[in-house]
Design a protein around this ligand. Structure first.
Ligand code: NAD
Length: 428
């Protein structure tokens, strides 16, 4: 994905190296965990609507599956790169380990821009992706899910292709399916809600009343919208959110000091979470340059768009009012910015902990699909809250006990669990 200067995989490896040193990991385990176990890079030829054939590039990276089948989303993005997929697959390994679910880390992608593709063309990309990988993915090997610019519809096309190839029903092959077609209740809300479960616990530790806090959010997609909804249910006020403007090829922030209205903004957004500027202005929102979300004088910042958004060049714009950052996106903070946040004593809920609600619910979906027995929404959300809260507590208690930065504490727990599984299997 487009990154301003920082390669996300180099960033993921640097984060790992720092904690491998804290843990004094042996050389072989370090070498094994710094790199993916397996990588697939392949071509997907698609007959376009105008009759031409276009060749897209697809990826799947399985970083580690010592604790269970690889798990991770598939992203459609014009700036997708193998290194981004490697980084995201690595983070998935740590994410599944921190919430202690029996899954490993994987990630996939296709270099394409769904803004410029018809539904039929997107369906062909989905089916082509599965055809290339049908023997290397599956309920017992590697279980994909949606990510940026992919949806329940894409998952169902992929499932259909997988089932055609293997001749049977395999709903546990993929998660994020539509409810009623093997999907789990609560999956749509899961990541955003999970972010807020961890915020709720952090606010308790910080001695803050959620109802008296304010927040600013980057992005207005799946994660962002549901995080805002639940945070508002706790009584908090979101003064600002932002989104990508496809026409102008830049981002904008939308501010309303007494609180944004999610339903109102959803009604004027496209299906990719891009908010219509003119309509937002008519509704009384201030439309500001994209980075304005980070400069808001709020208590909480929630980057929930993409990686590399809080960087050396903008981290100093974070106001002294900010006490907590909850990373809804994967890899939103560069190591340089992270040092500044650490030094300033801002409480950090790192990405692979904060946004683990999505994969936790995907795991619940897989369990339900494999059993062919589906749970009520409240049951799913209660289980999700329990899993996220206990993962948060384990990390925050370790951080407190060993005086570690929250990101490092989360890494210590995850890397220890994965390293242990690799040792127990006799891999290293
Ligand atoms: P999405 O495609 O639904 O939404 C992305 C949002 O970010 C859109 O509103 C888009 O306009 C906005 N955006 C894109 N570029 C931007 C920019 N430069 N500045 C401001 N806004 C920008 O994606 P999502 O599913 O909400 O995922 C967001 C992040 O959360 C990604 O990093 C993703 O990997 C991560 N994540 C998602 C899930 C999930 O279950 N959806 C789970 C874990 C992590």
């Amino acid at each position: 994905m487009a990154t301003k200067g920082v390669n996300p995989f180099a960033m993921a490896q640097a984060q790992f190296d720092k904690v491998a040193a804290i843990l004094d990991l042996d050389e072989a385990t370090r070498e094994l965990l710094r790199w993916p176990l397996r990588e697939y890079s392949f071509a997907i030829p698609v007959r376009m609507d105008d009759g031409r054939t276009k060749v897209f590039r697809g990826f799947r990276v399985q970083h580690n599956d010592a604790r269970g089948p690889a798990k991770g989303g598939i992203r459609f993005h014009p700036q997708e790169t193998l290194d981004t997929v490697r980084a995201l697959a690595t983070w998935m390994t740590w994410k599944c380990a921190v919430v202690d679910i029996p899954l490993g880390g994987g990630k996939g992608g296709v270099i394409c821009d769904p803004h410029n593709l018809s539904q039929r063309e997107q369906e062909q990309i989905c089916r082509g992706w599965v055809r290339q990988l049908a023997r290397n993915v599956g309920p017992l090997q590697d279980v994909p899910a949606p990510d940026v610019m992919t949806s329940a519809q894409h998952m169902l096309w992929m499932l259909d292709e997988y089932e055609r190839i293997h001749g049977g029903h395999f709903p546990g092959f993929i998660t994020g399916k539509p409810v009623g077609a093997g999907g789990s209740q609560g999956r749509t809300e899961a990541t955003g809600y999970g972010v807020v479960y961890t915020i709720r616990e952090a606010l308790k530790l910080l001695g803050l009343d959620a109802a008296k806090t304010t927040a600013s959010v980057q992005g207005f997609g799946n994660v962002s919208q549901y995080a805002i909804r639940l945070y508002q249910q706790l009584g908090g006020t979101v003064t600002c959110c932002s989104s990508w403007d496809q026409g102008d090829q830049t981002s904008y922030a939308f501010r309303k000091k007494d609180g944004i209205d999610v339903d109102q903004l959803v009604a004027i957004s496209d299906r990719f979470g891009g908010i219509d500027k003119a309509k937002a202005k008519d509704l009384g929102y201030e439309v500001l340059p994209g980075d304005a979300w980070i400069e808001e004088p709020v208590d909480i910042l929630i980057p929930a768009a993409l990686e590399n958004q809080v960087r050396g060049d903008n981290v100093e714009k974070i106001q002294p009012t900010v006490k907590l950052i909850a990373e809804g996106a994967n890899g939103p903070t560069t190591p340089e910015a992270d040092q500044v946040i650490h030094r300033r004593g801002i409480y950090m809920i790192p990405d692979f902990l904060a946004n683990a609600g999505g994969v936790t619910c995907s795991y619940f979906e897989q369990v339900q699909s494999n059993l062919n027995f589906y749970w009520e929404k409240q049951e799913v959300l209660t289980k999700l809250d329990t899993a996220m809260t206990s993962a948060f507590k384990a990390v925050s208690e370790l951080a407190e006990k060993r005086k570690l930065y929250m990101r490092d504490a989360a890494y210590v727990i995850s890397i220890n669990r994965v390293a242990q599984a690799c040792h127990d299997r006799g891999w290293v």
